[in-house]
Design a protein around this ligand. Structure first.
Ligand code: AMP
Ligand code: ZN
Length: 474
C-alpha cells in the first residue's frame, strides 16, 4: 500500500498521487510574526516537517514553501480590527517592521532547536506585494472582485464552489454573520483582498490609492503561486485555518487560474494545554524556552508534539513531557544496545537470529506512516522491537540491520540521539563555544549573549571556570 492522506477536501483518506511524477509541491501556512511561536503553532510546523520528511523518505523531491506573515493578519482572524503585528508594536512602543523581523529570526531559531529541516523558501508577505496586486487586478478584471474607495473585496457569490473545503454555505454565513455590517460589501461574507487605512503603519501606495495593505488570505495565494505555481500538491495548516483562511485562498487562486489550486489539504488538530485552550490569563502559552527552562531538551518537545496522530487533539502536560523524556532515553538505550550487539557484544548467538523481527518492525512502521502519518502505530512497532532486543532475541546481523532501520526512523522522526547525531551535535556546539570565546575576546557582549541564549535553547549549560569554558547537556 502506498501513502494515504486524509484530505480535508472531501473528508476522506485518498492515495497520494503527485501532479508530476517524483515531485511534490507543498505549501505550509507559516507564522504570523508578532510574538514568539507557542507550542501549538509548533505542533503545526512540526507536522509539516514530518510530512516533508516522510515524502522524502518515500523518494519524492519536495519543494516546501512556508510563508512568513508579516502584515495583514488581523486580530482574531476577523475582517475588521487591528493588524496583529501593529497591535504588538503599539503595546511595546516599537516599530512594526522591527517586531516582524525580530520574531521571524526567533521563529528560525526555535525551528532549528527542534530539528526542523529548512523549507526550500520562507517567503515574506511584505516582499510579495507586487504579486498580490497582480492577482487582485486580474480578479477585478475577471469580475470576481470589486473595488470601493481603495478597498477591494472578493465577491463570494461569483465563486460557486465557495464552501467546498469548510462546508460553510454562503446563505448560512449570511444569516449567521456576526460581522458588523460593512456597507461597502455586496455580501457580508465577501472578504477583503486589499484594504485602505491611513492609520495603518505598514502600507503601500498603489493604483487603489495611498495607505493600502493586503488581506491575509491573498498573501498565501500569491506566495504559493509565485514559488510553486498555480496548481500544487499539498497545502497544510492548523485546523483553525480551514475557514476562513483556506476557503478564501481556494476562492482566490481558483478564480484567478481557472483550474484547481491544491489537490490535498491537510490540517493539524489544535494542541491543548492541561485539557483546555492555551491562554495568557492561565499562564500556559508555552514556548520552546519555557520547555527548556523546565529542564527538558528541545527534542523531548519535538517528540511530545509528534508522538500523537496529527488529526487527534493533543493535550500538553508536564507529565507528558516527563514521559517523552523517558521514552527517548529508552530509544537512546536501544540504539546503544544495538550498537553493542552489532559489534558482537551480547545478543542472540544462533545464526540469523531475529532477522524476521526487524523486517516485521520495518514493515509495520512503514504501514503506520503510510496510513496518513500514523505515528503512534509507527512507534508501537519500534517499541515492540525494543522488547525483543531487550530479551536478546536479535543476533549480530539482525542488530546491524535494526540500526539501519533506526537510522531510517530517525531520518523521519528526528528524535533519537544516535552516535552519528551526537557527534554532529557536539561539533556544532564546540563551534558555538569557540565563537562565543572570540566574541568575548572582542568585547562583543551582544554577540556573546546571543550565542549563550542559543546554546541555552539547545539545552546546553556553559560553565566559565578558571581552567576555561566547559559545557554539558542539561
Ligand atoms: P499564526 O502564527 O497565528 O498565523 O499561526 C501559525 C500556525 O499555527 C497556523 O497554521 C495555525 O493554524 C497554527 N496554530 C495556532 N494555534 C495552534 C494550536 N493551539 N495547535 C495547533 N496549531 C495551532
Ligand atoms: Zn496561509
Amino acid at each position: 500500500m502506498g501513502f494515504e492522506i486524509y484530505n480535508s477536501l472531501g473528508k476522506q483518506k485518498e492515495a497520494f498521487r503527485p501532479i508530476e511524477a517524483g515531485k511534490v509541491r507543498m505549501y505550509n501556512c507559516g507564522p504570523t510574526v508578532y510574538g514568539r511561536a507557542h507550542i501549538g503553532n509548533l505542533r503545526s510546523f512540526l507536522f509539516a516537517d514530518l510530512l516533508r520528511r516522510w515524502l522524502e523518505h518515500l523518494g519524492y523531491d519536495v519543494k516546501q514553501v512556508m510563508n512568513i506573515t508579516d502584515v495583514g493578519h488581523l486580530v482574531a482572524d476577523e475582517e475588521e480590527g487591528e493588524d496583529k503585528i501593529e497591535a504588538q508594536a503599539k503595546r511595546s512602543g516599537t516599530d512594526p517592521w522591527k517586531i516582524a523581523r525580530a520574531h521571524e529570526a526567533q521563529f528560525h531559531e526555535d525551528l532549528a532547536a527542534l530539528g526542523v529541516r529548512k523549507a526550500s523558501v520562507y517567503p515574506r508577505a511584505t516582499d510579495h506585494i507586487e504579486e498580490m496586486l497582480e492577482m487582485i487586478a486580474a480578479l477585478i478584471e475577471k469580475g470576481y472582485a470589486y473595488e470601493v474607495d481603495g478597498n477591494v473585496y472578493f465577491d463570494v457569490s461569483r465563486f460557486e464552489r465557495y464552501g467546498k473545503l469548510s462546508g460553510n454555505r454562503v446563505e448560512d454565513l449570511d444569516a449567521g454573520a456576526r460581522i458588523e455590517v460593512n456597507e461597502e460589501k455586496r455580501h457580508p461574507a465577501d472578504f477583503a483582498l486589499w484594504k485602505h487605512d491611513a492609520a495603518h503603519l505598514m502600507k503601500w501606495d498603489t493604483r487603489f490609492g495611498p495607505d493600502g495593505f493586503p488581506g491575509w488570505h491573498i498573501e498565501c495565494s500569491a506566495m504559493a503561486r509565485k514559488h510553486l505555481g498555480d496548481h500544487i500538491d499539498i497545502h497544510t495548516g492548523g485546523e483553525d485555518n480551514v475557514f476562513p483562511h483556506h476557503e478564501c485562498e481556494i476562492a482566490q487562486s481558483e478564480s484567478f487560474s481557472g483550474g484547481p489550486f491544491a489537490n490535498y489539504w491537510m490540517h493539524a488538530k489544535f494542541l491543548q494545554v492541561d485539557g483546555g485552550k492555551m491562554s495568557k490569563s492561565l499562564g500556559n502559552v508555552y514556548t520552546v524556552q519555557d520547555v527548556v527552562d523546565h529542564g527538558y531538551e528541545p527534542r523531548a518537545l519535538r517528540f511530545t508534539l509528534l508522538r500523537g496522530h496529527y488529526r487527534q487533539p493533543l493535550n500538553f502536560t508536564w507529565g507528558i513531557m516527563e514521559d517523552s523524556k523517558k521514552a527517548l532515553d529508552g530509544l537512546d538505550r536501544l540504539y546503544e544496545k544495538l550498537t553493542a550487539v552489532a559489534a558482537g557484544e551480547g545478543g542472540a548467538t544462533e545464526a540469523g537470529a531475529g532477522a524476521e523481527l526487524v523486517a516485521k518492525a520495518r514493515e509495520e512502521f512503514e504501514a503506520g506512516m503510510n496510513d496518513d502519518l500514523n505515528v503512534p502505530r509507527g512507534l508501537a512497532a519500534i517499541f515492540g522491537l525494543r522488547g525483543e532486543v531487550n530479551e536478546d532475541r536479535l543476533g549480530r546481523d539482525a542488530a546491524a540491520d535494526a540500526l539501519h532501520f533506526l537510522d531510517e526512523v530517525n531520518d523521519v522522526l528526528g528524535v533519537i540521539r544516535t552516535e552519528r547525531e551526537a557527534g554532529e551535535d557536539d561539533a556544532e556546539i564546540d563551534a558555538l563555544i569557540a565563537a562565543r570565546k572570540q566574541a568575548r575576546a572582542d568585547k562583543n557582549w551582544a554577540e556573546s549573549d546571543r550565542i549563550r541564549d542559543e546554546l541555552d535553547a539547545r539545552g546546553i549549560l556553559v560553565e566559565d571556570g578558571a581552567a576555561g569554558t566547559t559545557w554539558r547537556r542539561k
